[in-house]
Design a protein around this ligand. Structure first.
Ligand SMILES: Nc1ncnc2c1ncn2[C@@H]1O[C@H](COP(=O)(O)OP(=O)(O)OP(=O)(O)O)[C@@H](O)[C@H]1O
Length: 257
Protein backbone atom coordinates (compact mmCIF):
# COMPACT_ATOMS: atom_id res chain seq x y z
CA UNK A 1 0.00 0.00 0.00
CA UNK A 2 1.55 3.33 -1.08
CA UNK A 3 1.52 6.15 1.44
CA UNK A 4 0.03 9.59 0.88
CA UNK A 5 2.50 12.24 -0.26
CA UNK A 6 0.39 15.26 -1.13
CA UNK A 7 -2.76 16.26 0.74
CA UNK A 8 -5.14 19.01 -0.32
CA UNK A 9 -7.97 19.69 2.08
CA UNK A 10 -10.75 22.08 1.03
CA UNK A 11 -8.30 24.11 -1.04
CA UNK A 12 -9.61 27.31 -2.61
CA UNK A 13 -7.96 30.07 -4.59
CA UNK A 14 -9.04 33.56 -5.59
CA UNK A 15 -6.95 36.24 -7.23
CA UNK A 16 -7.53 39.88 -6.35
CA UNK A 17 -8.77 40.56 -9.88
CA UNK A 18 -10.94 37.46 -10.35
CA UNK A 19 -13.83 35.50 -8.95
CA UNK A 20 -12.95 32.28 -7.18
CA UNK A 21 -10.75 30.19 -9.45
CA UNK A 22 -10.68 27.01 -7.33
CA UNK A 23 -13.04 25.85 -4.60
CA UNK A 24 -13.24 22.92 -2.19
CA UNK A 25 -10.44 20.85 -3.74
CA UNK A 26 -9.89 17.65 -1.76
CA UNK A 27 -7.16 15.51 -3.23
CA UNK A 28 -4.63 13.03 -1.89
CA UNK A 29 -1.74 11.91 -4.06
CA UNK A 30 0.26 8.84 -3.14
CA UNK A 31 3.98 8.22 -3.44
CA UNK A 32 4.84 7.08 -6.98
CA UNK A 33 1.37 7.85 -8.25
CA UNK A 34 0.92 9.41 -11.71
CA UNK A 35 -2.03 11.79 -11.62
CA UNK A 36 -3.28 13.81 -14.59
CA UNK A 37 -5.50 16.86 -14.39
CA UNK A 38 -7.88 17.48 -17.25
CA UNK A 39 -10.42 20.22 -17.73
CA UNK A 40 -11.47 22.90 -20.13
CA UNK A 41 -9.38 26.00 -20.64
CA UNK A 42 -9.47 28.39 -17.70
CA UNK A 43 -10.88 25.93 -15.15
CA UNK A 44 -7.84 26.31 -12.91
CA UNK A 45 -5.53 23.39 -13.83
CA UNK A 46 -2.32 25.44 -13.87
CA UNK A 47 -3.40 27.29 -10.75
CA UNK A 48 -3.82 23.96 -8.96
CA UNK A 49 -0.34 22.89 -10.08
CA UNK A 50 1.09 26.25 -8.96
CA UNK A 51 -0.49 25.83 -5.53
CA UNK A 52 1.04 22.36 -5.13
CA UNK A 53 4.41 23.79 -6.20
CA UNK A 54 4.15 26.68 -3.74
CA UNK A 55 4.25 29.24 -6.59
CA UNK A 56 0.87 30.61 -5.53
CA UNK A 57 -0.51 30.98 -2.02
CA UNK A 58 -3.73 29.33 -0.86
CA UNK A 59 -6.81 31.43 -0.22
CA UNK A 60 -8.57 28.62 1.66
CA UNK A 61 -7.84 25.19 3.04
CA UNK A 62 -4.65 23.24 3.69
CA UNK A 63 -2.01 21.77 1.45
CA UNK A 64 0.93 19.65 2.53
CA UNK A 65 3.66 17.58 0.92
CA UNK A 66 5.18 14.79 3.00
CA UNK A 67 3.30 16.16 6.00
CA UNK A 68 4.76 19.68 5.71
CA UNK A 69 2.56 22.65 4.78
CA UNK A 70 3.48 24.16 1.41
CA UNK A 71 4.08 27.88 1.75
CA UNK A 72 6.69 28.68 -0.90
CA UNK A 73 8.51 27.03 -3.79
CA UNK A 74 11.24 24.65 -2.77
CA UNK A 75 12.94 21.37 -3.45
CA UNK A 76 9.78 19.49 -2.48
CA UNK A 77 8.18 20.11 -5.89
CA UNK A 78 9.71 20.93 -9.27
CA UNK A 79 7.74 22.26 -12.23
CA UNK A 80 8.35 21.25 -15.86
CA UNK A 81 6.86 23.30 -18.67
CA UNK A 82 6.26 22.96 -22.37
CA UNK A 83 9.22 25.34 -22.82
CA UNK A 84 12.25 23.60 -21.54
CA UNK A 85 13.92 26.69 -20.03
CA UNK A 86 17.41 25.40 -20.74
CA UNK A 87 20.25 27.89 -20.79
CA UNK A 88 21.56 27.95 -24.39
CA UNK A 89 25.14 28.76 -23.39
CA UNK A 90 25.44 25.80 -21.04
CA UNK A 91 25.99 22.19 -22.05
CA UNK A 92 23.55 19.42 -21.18
CA UNK A 93 25.77 18.48 -18.24
CA UNK A 94 25.91 22.08 -16.98
CA UNK A 95 22.17 22.58 -17.48
CA UNK A 96 21.42 19.57 -15.31
CA UNK A 97 23.93 20.71 -12.70
CA UNK A 98 22.13 24.06 -12.62
CA UNK A 99 19.42 22.65 -10.40
CA UNK A 100 22.07 21.62 -7.88
CA UNK A 101 23.67 25.02 -7.44
CA UNK A 102 22.23 25.60 -3.99
CA UNK A 103 22.99 22.11 -2.75
CA UNK A 104 25.67 21.68 -0.17
CA UNK A 105 27.70 19.16 -2.18
CA UNK A 106 31.08 19.31 -3.92
CA UNK A 107 31.53 20.05 -7.62
CA UNK A 108 32.52 16.43 -8.17
CA UNK A 109 29.35 15.21 -6.44
CA UNK A 110 27.24 17.59 -8.55
CA UNK A 111 28.87 16.27 -11.68
CA UNK A 112 28.31 12.70 -10.64
CA UNK A 113 24.69 13.18 -9.66
CA UNK A 114 23.90 15.09 -12.87
CA UNK A 115 25.66 12.42 -14.97
CA UNK A 116 23.56 9.70 -13.35
CA UNK A 117 20.31 11.42 -14.32
CA UNK A 118 21.58 12.28 -17.81
CA UNK A 119 22.22 8.59 -18.22
CA UNK A 120 18.77 7.77 -16.85
CA UNK A 121 17.13 9.86 -19.58
CA UNK A 122 19.44 8.27 -22.17
CA UNK A 123 21.49 11.32 -23.10
CA UNK A 124 24.93 10.33 -21.87
CA UNK A 125 26.35 10.70 -25.39
CA UNK A 126 25.04 14.27 -25.52
CA UNK A 127 26.33 15.51 -22.17
CA UNK A 128 28.74 17.98 -23.83
CA UNK A 129 26.25 19.24 -26.40
CA UNK A 130 24.46 22.56 -26.22
CA UNK A 131 20.64 22.76 -26.32
CA UNK A 132 20.66 24.10 -29.90
CA UNK A 133 22.28 20.82 -31.01
CA UNK A 134 19.37 18.77 -29.64
CA UNK A 135 15.85 18.02 -30.86
CA UNK A 136 12.87 19.34 -28.90
CA UNK A 137 12.28 15.88 -27.42
CA UNK A 138 15.90 15.64 -26.31
CA UNK A 139 15.73 19.10 -24.76
CA UNK A 140 12.68 18.03 -22.78
CA UNK A 141 14.61 14.98 -21.57
CA UNK A 142 17.37 17.33 -20.35
CA UNK A 143 14.72 19.32 -18.48
CA UNK A 144 13.41 16.06 -16.96
CA UNK A 145 16.96 15.08 -15.93
CA UNK A 146 17.45 18.50 -14.34
CA UNK A 147 14.21 18.10 -12.38
CA UNK A 148 15.08 14.55 -11.29
CA UNK A 149 18.60 15.61 -10.20
CA UNK A 150 17.06 17.88 -7.59
CA UNK A 151 15.40 14.73 -6.22
CA UNK A 152 12.10 16.43 -5.44
CA UNK A 153 9.21 14.75 -3.67
CA UNK A 154 7.01 15.44 -6.67
CA UNK A 155 7.36 16.55 -10.28
CA UNK A 156 4.69 18.87 -11.65
CA UNK A 157 4.25 19.00 -15.41
CA UNK A 158 2.27 21.67 -17.23
CA UNK A 159 1.61 20.34 -20.73
CA UNK A 160 5.23 19.26 -21.10
CA UNK A 161 4.81 17.64 -24.51
CA UNK A 162 2.42 20.10 -26.13
CA UNK A 163 5.15 21.61 -28.33
CA UNK A 164 6.22 18.24 -29.75
CA UNK A 165 4.97 16.42 -32.82
CA UNK A 166 2.92 13.24 -32.32
CA UNK A 167 5.82 10.85 -32.89
CA UNK A 168 8.06 12.61 -30.38
CA UNK A 169 5.20 12.93 -27.93
CA UNK A 170 4.51 9.19 -27.98
CA UNK A 171 8.21 8.47 -27.62
CA UNK A 172 8.58 10.83 -24.66
CA UNK A 173 5.46 9.46 -22.99
CA UNK A 174 7.11 6.02 -23.03
CA UNK A 175 10.37 7.51 -21.82
CA UNK A 176 8.58 9.30 -19.01
CA UNK A 177 6.97 6.06 -17.82
CA UNK A 178 10.32 4.27 -17.94
CA UNK A 179 12.05 7.11 -16.06
CA UNK A 180 9.25 7.34 -13.52
CA UNK A 181 9.49 3.63 -12.78
CA UNK A 182 13.26 3.78 -12.33
CA UNK A 183 13.34 7.01 -10.32
CA UNK A 184 10.15 6.08 -8.42
CA UNK A 185 8.86 9.61 -8.99
CA UNK A 186 5.46 11.01 -8.14
CA UNK A 187 4.07 13.04 -11.02
CA UNK A 188 1.15 15.42 -11.48
CA UNK A 189 0.53 16.29 -15.11
CA UNK A 190 -1.73 18.97 -16.56
CA UNK A 191 -2.76 18.14 -20.10
CA UNK A 192 -5.44 18.86 -22.69
CA UNK A 193 -4.86 15.50 -24.29
CA UNK A 194 -7.24 12.76 -23.08
CA UNK A 195 -5.22 10.09 -24.86
CA UNK A 196 -2.07 11.22 -23.06
CA UNK A 197 -3.86 11.20 -19.71
CA UNK A 198 -5.18 7.66 -20.21
CA UNK A 199 -1.82 6.40 -21.46
CA UNK A 200 0.19 7.74 -18.53
CA UNK A 201 -1.99 8.02 -15.47
CA UNK A 202 -2.89 5.91 -12.51
CA UNK A 203 -5.65 8.42 -11.87
CA UNK A 204 -7.29 11.15 -13.91
CA UNK A 205 -8.83 14.15 -12.15
CA UNK A 206 -11.41 16.06 -14.18
CA UNK A 207 -12.03 19.65 -13.16
CA UNK A 208 -15.15 21.63 -13.94
CA UNK A 209 -15.04 25.42 -14.19
CA UNK A 210 -16.45 28.50 -12.42
CA UNK A 211 -15.15 27.97 -9.86
CA UNK A 212 -12.79 25.09 -10.55
CA UNK A 213 -13.87 21.96 -8.65
CA UNK A 214 -13.18 18.28 -8.97
CA UNK A 215 -15.92 16.83 -11.10
CA UNK A 216 -14.63 13.31 -11.29
CA UNK A 217 -11.70 11.19 -10.20
CA UNK A 218 -11.09 8.13 -12.33
CA UNK A 219 -8.67 5.33 -11.47
CA UNK A 220 -7.09 3.70 -14.50
CA UNK A 221 -6.07 0.26 -13.37
CA UNK A 222 -4.66 -0.99 -16.64
CA UNK A 223 -1.14 -2.41 -16.74
CA UNK A 224 1.55 -0.22 -18.33
CA UNK A 225 2.70 0.15 -21.04
CA UNK A 226 -0.81 0.45 -22.39
CA UNK A 227 -2.15 -0.42 -25.78
CA UNK A 228 -3.91 2.59 -27.23
CA UNK A 229 -5.99 0.41 -29.52
CA UNK A 230 -7.22 -1.93 -26.79
CA UNK A 231 -10.93 -1.85 -25.88
CA UNK A 232 -10.13 -1.04 -22.23
CA UNK A 233 -8.11 1.98 -23.32
CA UNK A 234 -10.93 3.13 -25.58
CA UNK A 235 -13.38 2.65 -22.74
CA UNK A 236 -11.47 5.09 -20.52
CA UNK A 237 -11.05 7.59 -23.36
CA UNK A 238 -14.77 7.52 -23.99
CA UNK A 239 -15.67 7.70 -20.31
CA UNK A 240 -13.54 10.82 -19.91
CA UNK A 241 -14.75 12.36 -23.13
CA UNK A 242 -18.38 11.75 -22.15
CA UNK A 243 -17.85 13.40 -18.79
CA UNK A 244 -17.22 16.65 -20.66
CA UNK A 245 -20.67 16.22 -22.18
CA UNK A 246 -19.74 17.87 -25.44
CA UNK A 247 -22.32 15.97 -27.49
CA UNK A 248 -24.41 17.53 -30.22
CA UNK A 249 -21.94 16.86 -33.02
CA UNK A 250 -21.76 14.22 -35.65
CA UNK A 251 -18.05 14.77 -36.05
CA UNK A 252 -15.52 12.28 -34.80
CA UNK A 253 -14.02 13.79 -31.63
CA UNK A 254 -10.24 14.14 -31.63
CA UNK A 255 -10.02 13.60 -27.87
CA UNK A 256 -8.28 16.90 -27.27
CA UNK A 257 -9.90 19.51 -25.06
N1 LIG B 1 -1.84 35.29 -11.49
C1 LIG B 1 -3.12 35.41 -11.81
N2 LIG B 1 -3.78 36.56 -11.56
C2 LIG B 1 -5.09 36.69 -11.87
N3 LIG B 1 -5.83 35.71 -12.44
C3 LIG B 1 -5.22 34.55 -12.71
C4 LIG B 1 -3.83 34.34 -12.42
N4 LIG B 1 -3.50 33.06 -12.80
C5 LIG B 1 -4.62 32.53 -13.32
N5 LIG B 1 -5.65 33.42 -13.26
C6 LIG B 1 -7.01 33.18 -13.72
O1 LIG B 1 -7.45 31.97 -13.14
C7 LIG B 1 -8.26 31.24 -14.07
C8 LIG B 1 -7.69 29.84 -14.24
O2 LIG B 1 -6.45 29.92 -14.90
P1 LIG B 1 -5.53 28.66 -15.14
O3 LIG B 1 -4.36 29.09 -15.96
O4 LIG B 1 -5.28 27.99 -13.84
O5 LIG B 1 -6.49 27.73 -15.98
P2 LIG B 1 -6.15 26.46 -16.88
O6 LIG B 1 -7.25 25.48 -16.65
O7 LIG B 1 -4.77 26.00 -16.61
O8 LIG B 1 -6.26 27.07 -18.33
P3 LIG B 1 -5.55 26.63 -19.70
O9 LIG B 1 -6.02 25.23 -19.97
O10 LIG B 1 -6.08 27.60 -20.71
O11 LIG B 1 -4.06 26.74 -19.50
C9 LIG B 1 -8.29 32.07 -15.35
O12 LIG B 1 -9.48 32.82 -15.36
C10 LIG B 1 -7.09 32.96 -15.23
O13 LIG B 1 -7.31 34.18 -15.88
Amino acid sequence: MLSTLVELDQVGKSFASTEKVLEGINLNIKHREFVSILGESGCGKSTLLNLIGGFETLSEGDLSIAGKPVRKPGRQAIMLFQHYNLLPWRTVQKNVELGLENEDITAAEKHERASGYIQLVGLEKNADHFPSQLSGGMQQRVAIARALAIEPEIILMDEPFAALDTFNRYYLQDELLRIQRKAESTIVLVTHDIDEAVYLSDRVIILEPNPGRIKRSLKIQLPKPRDRSHDDFQYFRKTIFDSFQFGGTENEPDYHI
